[in-house]
Design a protein around this ligand. Structure first.
Ligand code: SF4
Length: 321
């Protein structure tokens, strides 16, 4: 009788750590036992999509792309909005919970016209949640990455496999990551393996070199992390780099803000960046990007930063050496 087979499932994000993790998994277990899985948030830079294709095709490893499906949430929200549009009080629809901003029948009717899935997971999530995620309510990671990845792992287990879920995290990134074990038995056929927990950044790029893989080019363009473009947690310096190099992504986010606001409770400040970013509630992405180009203390533009040559390599990982 054949034993249960083990699938080594490596979640790749297009970033350096998950790339190194994939290289380790293949070196230890062979191409035939490894699957790279990419959770497409719909808010990635085109260079990241291209990198994931380049990485997996160069290595010859199987790539599975997973995406959150929010059609059920849209259907539920439409039912609720239809009830409010028909004149039912909000408390009858959502219970006695207190909301800072209230739906009116007119606003609910307008929202119903526009509230349809676009097929972009990030945008769809914000439309059904009635706002953008924030550091405190970071529902993007859960809905767009963790849930689709877990569902895929579970489907492999249901097919009779044991799954090792490989995670490319490093202890020196944060105290909470430093506390993680390198191996965990989750149960039900699922295991978590973190093979590069004790590595530093130099080790990670060394693994790229040894594996014959070029790092994601975004690292050479001022991005400290490769994830969403932009991430809701982007630093001021990253926002400045984004403003200079990727204005088309800023324009896309401004358009998303307009769309999300049109299906959100009246007067709610549905902005991509949380009010804490600039200390101004309701500051849209254009305003935040403008703020990112000023020095912290005053309204004066940081001329040196603006004049920074956009094509210069500003990698914080010392890749230019
Ligand atoms: S990269 Fe940022 S915006 Fe994207 S899912 Fe993660 S926390 Fe959310």
């Amino acid at each position: 009788m054949r034993g249960m087979s083990i699938v080594h499932l490596v979640s790749v994000s297009g970033g350096k750590d998950s790339t190194a993790t994939l290289l380790v998994a293949i070196a230890l277990h062979g191409l035939e036992n490894v699957i790279a899985v990419f959770a497409d948030t719909g808010n990635e830079h085109e260079a990241t999509y291209a990198f994931v294709q380049y990485l997996t095709s160069t290595l010859g490893v199987r790539l599975v792309v997973v995406k959150a499906d929010l059609s059920g949430e849209f259907a539920a929200k439409r039912i609720n909005l239809a009830r409010i549009a028909a004149g039912e009080p909000e408390s009858a629809v959502y219970g006695k919970r207190q909301f800072k901003y209230a739906w009116t029948p007119e606003a609910a009717e307008r929202a119903l016209e526009l509230l349809h899935p676009t097929g972009n997971p990030f945008l769809d999530l914000c439309m059904v949640r009635g706002g953008f995620p924030s550091r405190k309510r970071q529902f993007c990671t859960e809905y767009l990455k963790r849930n689709p990845l877990t569902e895929y792992a579970m489907s492999l287990i249901e097919q009779g496999n044991a799954v090792w879920s490989w995670q490319g995290v490093r202890a020196d990134e944060s105290p909470s990551r430093a506390r993680l074990p390198s191996f965990e038995v989750v149960g039900g056929g699922l295991f978590i393996h973190r093979p590069i927990l004790r590595w530093n950044v130099a080790d990670v790029f060394e693994a790229h070199r040894e594996g014959g893989i070029e790092p994601n080019p975004l690292y050479l363009q001022g991005m400290a992390r490769v994830g969403c473009m932009p991430c809701i947690n982007s630093s001021k310096a990253e926002l400045r780099a984004i403003a200079q190099r990727f204005p088309e992504h800023v324009a896309r986010i401004a358009e998303w803000e307009r769309l999300v606001q049109s299906v959100t409770r009246p007067f709610s400040p549905a902005t991509f960046f949380h009010g804490n970013t600039t200390n101004e509630v309701g500051a849209g992405v254009i305003k935040v990007i403008d703020w990112a180009q000023t020095t912290r203390g005053g309204r004066q533009r940081d001329l040196l930063a603006v004049l920074d040559e956009p094509t210069a390599c500003s990698s914080v990982h010392g890749l230019c050496e």
